[in-house]
Design a protein around this ligand. Sequence first.
Ligand code: XMP
Length: 486
Amino acid sequence: MKIRPTKGLTFDDVLLVPKRSPISSRQDVDTSSWLTPTIKLRLPIVSANMDTVTEARMAIAMARVGGIGILHRFMPIEAQARQVEQVKRAQGFVVEHPRSISQAASIAEAKTMMKQHDVGGLVVTNGRDELVGLVTQRDILFAPDDSAPVGSVMTPPDQIISVKPDVSPAEARTLLHKHRLEKLPIIDQAGHLVGLITAQDIVKHEQHPNATKDERGRLRVGAALGVQTNDLDRAAALLAAGADLLVLDIAHGHADHCLQMIKKLRREFPKAQIVAGNVASKDGARDLAEAGADAIKVGVGPGSICTTRIVTGFGVPQLTAIMDAVEGLAEVGRRIPLIADGGIRSSGDMVKALAAGASAVMIGSLFAGCEEAPGATVIRNGQKNKIVRGMASLGAAIGRKAVAPGEDESAESQEDWDKVVPEGVEAVVPYRGNVEELIYQLVGGLRSGLSYGGATTIEQLQANAEFIEITPAGVRESYSHDVERV
Ligand code: XMP
């Protein structure tokens, strides 16, 4: 038995000492940060892989503002892979494998397909991948006979303007404007249709200049998995669907089965970016990194809906956990980003987590209140609220059994969030509008924080950081006091 001589600290236990600043405008700072060794975010903010926080809609919103979302794993493999595809298709300079139909198909079929895939048009192809027409909503909206073939209403090939695969975004923009077009098919030298550029996508591209995008201009997305036997199949399906990173997420990440899973993933998918967690110690962070993880997720019990510390007695106050993990990662011979997961209630907490050494923060409850979160909306005392629940809460466990009966009975799942004894709660959070509005507030605080830290980048903030421990009186002084808030 041993007891550490120093106290464990969390966000409210400290403040950052202001530093001389060369910054005159909050716009002069750079908030970008590495999430993994190959993925950079303009905003170091990640939405949590919880079933009341991140599904495709949230992931799209997060990537558009410059952060990223991690799709939760509490759904069948195919459903999670479909959500990855949904994010990857949400925008991109080129739509690869555009939805296609044959000219013999009926207008009714075209309408169903457009509705099903939420697209405004379809390419018409023959069996050899050659373009034989284009059909858009305008062509079919008021068609008198739904049973007529698509070939009777489509734009024929001689009236279609197409481009070569090496077309630049600027050239495509000019052509779309010059000919007042909505869609530009891309045809390769052999005459095969290889993609589609749409006016909509170019507009989205310009509306979201900070978006987190892959090399093909598609939004980036991460997806979570666990350590169950079928999680290697899950990883394969998620990567095939286009996931940019895998997040191996289990409650007690410093466990042999987690280390083995990292090694298996590394072996099977050598190019994949793998984040692993959660840990809360120097040894935990180092061991996961040495097993092959590209980034580490830190946090045992700091989350708003977590009761792990109360139920098990284990955990480390989050600021100390981050600092200890940073020390562990320094012992590994390569740079491993750290994601601080849980307990972020304000932009100030985020600044402290980053200053302590995190490259990004993962946020659950704050985002659960947003419009884009999948949790249900409830009205309480006349106010709009949304539901959030811990992934180890009783409600979440019951929900999972209903979705996938039998799946949770494996021995491994007992070591996972899927516990019989709940370590999380269900709760409501105030409705907070769109993610973009909340992010605006968080990023405003981060920009100001960088300026107070005399830093133009997050690395400088970390290098300059000087924390000061405060007393309960200091905490009271930090919040608004001696006034009646309106
Ligand atoms: P916040 O504070 O942002 O935290 O809501 C989100 C993080 O909390 C973790 N999480 C849990 N921890 N029991 C726990 O002990 C749970 O049921 C639970 N569900 C989520 C998770 O790391 C998440 O990102």
